[in-house]
Design a protein around this ligand. Structure first.
Ligand code: BTN
Length: 286
């Protein structure tokens, strides 16, 4: 069986990050994000990473649940304490993690013909199937209005669960690997952490603004290059309820918002933020 172990993850972390991250692997939790939010409030240090083999109450975006069966998935939460980040900028954590997840999948799935892609804002797509999702939750400092700490959570369907995915998601969800490979889940976790922290460390360090901007520019370019919605027709679904509309995606901005032109009537342009809407490509993915 492909067991996740903290030792194997540590061994696959880069020389720089191995001593800086504190990785804990647990068999079962309700939600790694919830656990780490509690730890964050209690003062746990940045770089604390909790990984579980299964979650009984895995959380997705927009109040949805995240199916988290044992032995086949990888459920990771990372505690971050950016020094000077406002809540709007926190979207970069999610989108940076999306790029890192794609790169990690490429590292672990050798000679894969398919390129991992991103469905704005937080879904990782492989061969038209969602194989991972990201949920970042932040605690805001009431005085400064800045982020006190953030918990970045990612759930990856490494293998298909025994008996297949449940009815509700079986048309959407997919697995990263077709057969079990010993140590693959630990290597995937380490690759994700290496790729994520390589960029995040520069972006969260506001002392070197030029480097910060260069990394932001580079990763947004990488994010856009993997986008499955750029230039496509999509359904725009307001998260607070309301009318669903069709639109053409014109661009993903430097802030990772979506610039669209509505195609159902007046061709007006709009800037969409991830909190306001979810989107569904028309005819591309179930
Ligand atoms: C989504 O697809 O809507 C986001 C899913 C995020 C799931 C991960 S699994 C690890 C962490 N713990 C949670 O409860 N959720 C995130």
């Amino acid at each position: 069986m492909d067991q996740i172990t903290a030792q194997n993850i540590q061994a696959n972390l880069s020389e720089y990050w191995a001593p800086r991250l504190r990785v804990e692997v647990l068999d079962e939790v309700v939600s790694t994000n919830t656990l780490l939010k509690t730890r964050g409030a209690e003062g746990a240090p940045a770089g604390t990473v909790v990984i579980a083999d299964t979650q009984t109450g895995g959380k997705g975006r927009l109040g949805r649940s995240f199916y988290s069966p044992n032995h086949t998935g990888l459920y990771i939460s990372v505690l971050l304490r950016p020094s000077d980040m406002n809540p709007v900028e926190a979207l970069h954590i999610t989108t940076m993690a999306a790029v890192a997840a794609c790169e990690a999948i490429e590292d672990v799935v050798e000679d894969s013909v398919s390129r991992p892609m991103i469905k704005w804002v937080n879904d990782i797509i492989l061969e038209d199937r969602k194989v991972a999702g990201i949920l970042t939750e932040s605690a805001i400092n009431a005085t400064s209005g800045k982020i006190d700490f953030a918990v970045l959570g990612i759930g990856l369907n490494v293998y298909a669960p025994e008996g297949g995915f449940p009815e509700e998601i079986k048309e959407i969800a997919g697995a990263i690997l077709p057969i079990e490979i010993e140590g693959a889940r630990s290597r995937l976790a380490a690759a994700f952490l290496n790729h994520f922290f390589e960029r995040y460390a520069c972006v969260s360090n506001s002392e070197n603004e030029a480097k910060q901007n260069q990394i932001l520019e580079e990763y947004v370019k990488a994010y856009k290059a993997r986008s499955i919605v750029l230039g496509k027709s999509v359904n725009v679904i307001p998260t607070g309820g309301g009318e669903r509309r069709t639109a053409q995606v014109l661009d993903i901005t430097d802030d990772c918002n979506l610039l669209v032109a509505y195609t159902d009537g007046e061709c007006e342009e709009a800037m969409l933020s991830s909190g306001e809407v979810s989107i569904r490509p028309i005819g591309e993915i179930k």
